[in-house]
Design a binder for this molecule. Structure first.
Ligand SMILES: [Zn+2]
Length: 603
């Protein structure tokens, strides 16, 4: 099969049997600074992420090359390659530019490690360091412990982040709980350092996680895998009905005689924007889905990718692959008109339009929602002009030479099929958009959709980095099932900070859906201010606003009482919250009252 493309509502990911990032908030999210090249500029390993919606006409995505700031200590290593001494960083986040380079070490599963975990370790290369042919070795509890199998540095995820990934390499089943030492060695550079890692006793594992395991069910269209003791198990009959409906709908729309079995894995945590497709589909389903998109749309989008892949084509450019799924689904995260929303990107409205050639050549690094919207509305325009059959014949007949850009391949196919160039197509497309009469009505929706997801990805990069789509910790699901591993998908950052921010996102999404745009803007601004505060090392990031402080207080209060908050709604001194408890999967609605500045559960 040609593409390993994993697409998602939103992202096509290279489905490696392993993926990226993780940050263990309570653990060592260790950023190790090693001075390697005297005189070479480090740049900021933890660079400032652009503060939200300060959009400029030529949209510059705030999802640049960011290594997340940690709320945990940053450890600096002295300039010599074999150094072990660590000096606490003056602040937790941004580090001074200096002639140094940095490695970032990330552990999986997220959150905390328990005795018995199959631990994965990512060692992310410093920027601008050539580690081609370099390898990483990790020794556990030196000098007597075992070496983990060495791995080479290589690209990871659609971002192609250069890192060494030890997937499920550290088997802790026969280790004692407590602190263990890991000694890292990068060769042939001779860079070495050590790290301390804590394993909690396996008896501390929450019972619902300890009992969780893979399960499967067969529907008309699909083999569905899920993890027990999760919301997907609770709602399984609804989900499988939706899956069958969306599969049939997708097949009907694509006109395909598609009868192949489809494998769907339901993930209990959010990864990316909630959906990926490679040889199988992975979709997130959880109560606190802070991407707040329609599960039906996500499933439909990913189904369309599967059928699109089945229909084939020599080379399917990414802008059309993603554009087709959005076009066919009738929207990206929700049902929505495409051309009027794309017209809102033009000068005179948002002025966020991205030129098509550049977009086609660097699709996933471009602003996500704008790229998908432009791809989908371009297809709608072409189908309107040429008809579906002609568009489909063109799309399935694109070819690319080695080293050729995607836009060049598109250009050649356009000439062959429609006697036009990519530039000419763009000009008539822009002209059609500019004549769209219903644009103004969609400006705020587009603006807030873009702002929402930019802010959400920024949150992921800072506080839930395993979820960030370009480096998501999306694994080989089949291998996980064979090994009986569920923790990588079950565990995720779960501090009151995460709970408060994720519930704020859900509130912002509900406000956008209700077209309460002023309220939504305010909520997203509050989230941005909190994220700014995290990056600045502010010890009390939720004191940036009363709303932020309320969400944190409620989240922390409910967590202390054994509940996991899923949504929060505040009306002055009364709050309602949907929660789950360890004793059951059902959602419970609780009411809290503010008394003397404290949020207390109503009797
Ligand atoms: Zn997609």
């Amino acid at each position: 099969m040609n593409l390993i493309i994993v697409t998602s509502i939103h992202s096509d990911l290279f489905y490696h049997p392993c993926v990226f990032y993780n940050i263990c908030m309570f653990r060592y999210l260790i950023v190790i600074f090693i001075l390697l090249l005297p005189g070479a500029c480090l740049g900021l390993a933890l660079q400032t992420i652009q503060s939200t919606p300060a959009y400029t006409p030529a949209y510059s995505p705030p999802v640049a090359t960011v290594i997340p700031a940690r709320p945990t200590p940053t450890i600096y290593f002295a300039p010599t390659p074999t150094q072990q001494a660590a000096t606490p960083a003056p602040t937790a986040g941004i580090t001074p530019a200096s002639p140094s380079e940095s490695f970032t070490v990330l552990y999986h599963p997220d959150d905390v490690l328990y005795q018995g975990d199959q631990v994965s370790i990512e060692v992310v290369s410093p920027p601008n360091l050539n580690l081609k042919d370099s390898s990483l070795t990790v020794r556990v509890d030196p000098p007597d412990g075992l070496n983990l199998d060495p791995v080479n540095f290589g690209g990871w995820g659609i971002q192609g982040r250069n890192e060494a990934t030890l997937l499920w390499a550290w088997d802790t089943r026969n280790l004692d709980p407590g602190t263990h030492t890991l000694a890292f060695s990068v060769q042939p550079q001779g860079i070495e350092w050590t790290d301390q890692v804590s394993l909690l006793p396996s008896s501390d594992l929450p019972p619902d996680q300890a009992d969780a395991q893979w399960a499967t069910t067969q529907t008309q269209c699909c083999t569905v895998y899920y993890i027990t003791n999760t919301a997907s198990e609770r709602d399984l009959s609804t989900l499988t009905s939706l899956i069958d409906e969306q599969a049939q709908l997708s097949i009907d729309k694509m006109g395909a005689s598609f009868t192949q079995p489809i494998t769907i894995t339901i993930l209990p945590r959010l990864l990316g924007h909630g959906g990926f497709t490679s040889s199988e589909i992975s979709v997130s389903y959880l109560d606190r889905n802070y991407a707040a998109n329609s599960w039906t749309m996500v499933v439909h989008h990913e189904m369309l990718h599967v059928i699109d892949g089945y229909l084939g084509g020599d080379f399917r450019p990414t802008i059309f692959v993603e554009g087709l799924a959005v076009y066919m689904a009738g929207g990206h995260y929700k049902p929505e008109p495409l051309i009027p929303r794309a017209a809102a990107l033009l000068e005179g409205y948002l002025d966020w339009y991205l030129p098509l050639k550049a977009l086609a050549d660097d699709f996933y690094a471009s602003q996500h929602e704008i790229g998908y919207l432009e791809g989908a509305s371009l297809i709608e325009y072409m189908v309107n002009i040429y008809g579906w059959d002609a568009f489909s014949a063109f799309y399935r007949d694109i070819h690319i030479e080695e080293g050729e850009s995607q836009s060049t391949a598109i250009d050649a196919a356009l000439k062959a099929h429609f006697s036009t160039t990519f530039d000419q197509l763009e000009q008539v497309f822009l002209s059609a958009l500019s004549e769209e009469p219903n644009t103004t009505a969609w400006v705020e929706d587009v603006r807030l959709t873009v702002t929402f997801f930019d802010t959400m990805r920024r949150y992921q990069q800072i506080l839930d980095p395993s979820a960030y789509f370009r480096t998501a910790w999306l694994l080989d699901n089949q291998a996980m099932r064979e090994r009986g591993i569920v923790a990588d998908y079950l565990r995720h950052p779960d501090t009151p900070n995460n709970l408060a921010l994720e519930t704020l996102f859900i509130t912002a999404s509900q406000q956008i859906s209700a077209r309460q745009f002023t309220d939504a803007s305010q909520t997203l601004l509050v989230i941005s201010l909190i994220l700014d505060a995290f990056e600045q090392g502010n010890p009390e990031p939720f004191l940036v606003s009363a709303l932020a402080a309320d969400y944190l207080s409620i989240s922390a209060n409910l967590q202390q009482q054994g509940y996991e908050v899923q949504t929060i709604r505040i009306d002055e001194n009364i709050a309602t919250a949907d929660v789950t408890s360890p004793s059951g999967l059902d959602l419970i609605n609780l009411t809290l009252q503010r008394r003397d500045g404290q949020w207390l559960l109503s009797p």
